[in-house]
Design a binder for this molecule. Sequence first.
Ligand code: HEC
Length: 158
Amino acid sequence: MRSARLSPLKAAGLVALASLTGAVSATESKGYLSFQFSPETPYYVEDGKVDFGTYNGFRRYHSECHVCHGPAGMGSSYAPALMKSMQVLDFDQFVEVVVRGRKGLNQQVMPSFASNMNVLPHMNDIYAYLKARSDGVVGVARPDKFPKVRKDAQASAN
Ligand code: HEC
């Protein structure tokens, strides 16, 4: 079954499930400290500051994806504007393309990132960043971030 090969998908699903069943949802939260990623609520923004995962996503995007997809998800002549794609793709579809890669109709190639450790463990964060771009809550420039106060957020930055 494909889920065996798409273990990041599964892992992300578990994270999502955990936060869905949690008592406090991110939107009615006590703010940044209680924020947890889920595909439905992938980022947290307050006073122009983003959660650390989203900030990490900004960094990962610009080290691994920007060369083809343009700065801040705005697209290039080679690859589509991901800030637009994110209005259509759901989380699973996003993960699937990034893990498997895809061949475009005009010979362009979206490479598989299945073995890229700058990407695979940070899938949630890259998704969060691109969603925030797509929703217009994060601009083109490097976003400001909350201080690194959460252990799990720190772990995802390493
Ligand atoms: C070598 C160039 C290249 C790099 C690097 C690259 N991509 Fe792509 N990507 C493409 C191309 C080309 C397509 C369009 C493929 C097609 O036409 O089906 C694409 C398509 C996609 C899609 C599907 C978009 C849609 O509208 O269906 C997603 C999502 C995506 N890329 C995410 C990423 C992420 C995230 C990264 C960084 C981790 C990344 N890509 C890095 C070239 C690249």
